[in-house]
Ligand binder design. Structure first.
Ligand SMILES: Nc1ncnc2c1ncn2[C@@H]1O[C@H](COP(=O)(O)OP(=O)(O)OP(=O)(O)O)[C@@H](O)[C@H]1O
Ligand SMILES: [Mg+2]
Length: 464
């Protein structure tokens, strides 16, 4: 069994010698702090920590891997001899320990176990939420999405009507509305959507209720409104907060009496459809500001379905899952289909740290653009165009551990790390990195020279 790239961490020659027969390319790092640079540049298939590496150092590195969602197979040479590391390994499924690394059989068996585990986890990797019917393609595994799906189910199985879905732009409100519709009606019934912000008051009214011939100047024939057209299906009222107040009163009447009249009509028509409204504004604040009717708010808000923003701690677990899903399903560049395998570790980290003001829609766009730009088989940081203003959310940076754990408190080292991060973030474009750091290009050049920072283009050379 031979692996493409193995990275050996430690100074003892016997670790490299033991690994050499199993690697096409072998890379070496003297200590754990050097691992990060090589991870991005080399993307090793296996990392081996030699016997000379402190066990607590290994523990610290593995924890940092996990915090950065890195799932790299790791082999630890020598005895563990460190109870916290032993406990940790029980949970971290990507590491094995080999007492005698020079025993080729033990070595090979441990690597096989690691690879097998990795394959199993890959085939287990499910995009869609557990118990999600196949017709409802909601990707997610985060705590927040589990709760949302639970609500979607409860609402769909009940006779709750109207339904309100709330969440920031791009969080998946329309997707959730379609899920409620499908779970309640199957795919046979109609789902008709209308954006309340996109039409004038008159047009919106006639779209919703329909009109009779001659009811206004340009009404040259009868028109059936969406409330009637939907039958027993669903009418989706997108951006309900933008509905004019007098129309809100008419909608309230429909919700209460389940009847309406066409514009200019006398006949009462039954409304049999489920009405789902969505809003990316805080409706209660809109009520307080006098822009939204209080009675309509309470009528809508019986069982609201919330969609958390991607940056919320409770939803962050979905970022990489969604990114991988979009990589696999995107049709933006058919000739690259299947060729892009995923994200580099730094790219993954960059995505998890971004603020995502445009939520899932923005993530989808970022990934599609990256697919177009990327020429390697993994999307790297330079293909990810993120708005620098939202790159390092201060709240978030406090909550998540730094990717490169700080070993000492040297200011110089911290500055080097920061400059390097900014360069990576900016895809090594110096002006962008300088503006991220708030310094001039000249200062940046001086820092790059001072800290001997090099663009990872010059890939590290294998030791064999
Ligand atoms: N959980 C998810 N799984 C897969 N795709 C998703 C998910 N959530 C959103 N998307 C995709 O992201 C895009 C935006 O979703 P959607 O239109 O439902 O958001 P929205 O909340 O209605 O946005 P807006 O407020 O701007 O109208 C769509 O392409 C949708 O398919
Ligand atoms: Mg929408």
């Amino acid at each position: 069994m031979t692996l493409e790239k193995i990275l050996v961490v430690g100074r003892q020659p016997n670790t490299q010698q033991a690994a050499r027969p199993f690697a096409k390319k072998l890379y070496a790092a003297d200590e754990t702090d050097d691992v990060w640079e090589l991870l991005e540049a080399v993307e090793p298939n296996l990392i081996i920590f030699g016997e000379d590496i402190e066990r607590t150092e290994i523990l610290r590195t593995l924890r940092a891997f996990q915090q950065s969602s890195l799932q790299r197979p790791v082999l630890i040479a020598g005895s563990l001899n460190c109870p916290p590391l032993e406990t940790y390994l029980d949970e971290y499924k990507y590491a094995e320990c080999v007492l005698n690394i020079e025993n080729a059989d033990d070595f090979s068996r441990a690597v096989q176990r690691l690879l097998l585990h990795q394959q199993e986890s890959a085939s287990d990797a499910r995009f869609f939420m557990e118990d999600c019917p196949s017709s409802v393609s909601i990707v997610g595994k985060s705590r927040a999405m589990m709760q949302t799906l639970r609500m979607i189910r409860l609402v769909a199985q009940s006779s709750c009507n109207p339904v309100l879905i709330i969440g920031e732009t791009g969080t998946g409100k329309e997707l959730a509305a379609r899920a409620v519709h499908i779970l309640r009606n199957g795919s046979q019934q109609k789902f008709v959507a209308i954006n309340c912000a996109a039409l004038t008051a008159n047009l919106l009214e006639s779209e919703l209720f329909g009109h009779t011939k001659g009811s206004f100047t340009s009404a040259d024939r009868d028109k059936t409104g969406l409330l009637e057209l939907a039958g027993t299906g669903t009418v989706f009222l997108d951006e309900i907060s933008e509905m004019p107040l007098d129309l809100q009163a008419k909608l309230l009447r429909v919700l209460q009496e389940r009847k309406f009249r066409k514009v200019g009509g006398l006949e009462e028509i039954d409304c049999r459809a489920t009405i789902i409204a969505s809003s990316n504004r805080n409706l209660l604040q809109e009520v307080e500001a006098g822009r939204f009717r209080k009675d309509l708010y309470y009528r809508l808000c019986v069982c609201p379905i919330p969609l958390a923003p991607l940056r919320a701690e409770s939803r962050k677990d979905d970022i990489l899952l969604l990114a991988e899903y979009f990589i696999q399903t995107s049709t933006i560049c058919p000739e690259k289909k299947g060729k892009i395998k995923g994200l580099t570790s730094m790219a993954a980290e960059m995505l998890t740290r971004y603020h995502w003001p445009g939520n899932v829609r923005e993530l989808k766009n970022v990934i599609e653009r990256a697919i177009l730009l990327e020429s390697a088989d993994r999307i790297g940081t330079s293909s990810l165009w993120l708005n620098p203003a939202f790159s390092f959310d201060s709240e978030q940076t406090q909550e998540t551990a730094p990717a490169v754990p700080i070993k000492d408190f040297s200011l110089e080292k911290a500055e080097r790390e920061l400059v390097k991060k900014a360069l990576e973030e900016a895809g090594w474009q110096k002006s962008r990195a300088a503006s991220l750091l708030g310094i001039t290009r000249a200062t940046l050049y001086a820092k790059v020279k001072q800290y001997n920072l090099q663009e990872p283009e010059k890939k590290p050379q294998p030791v064999s």
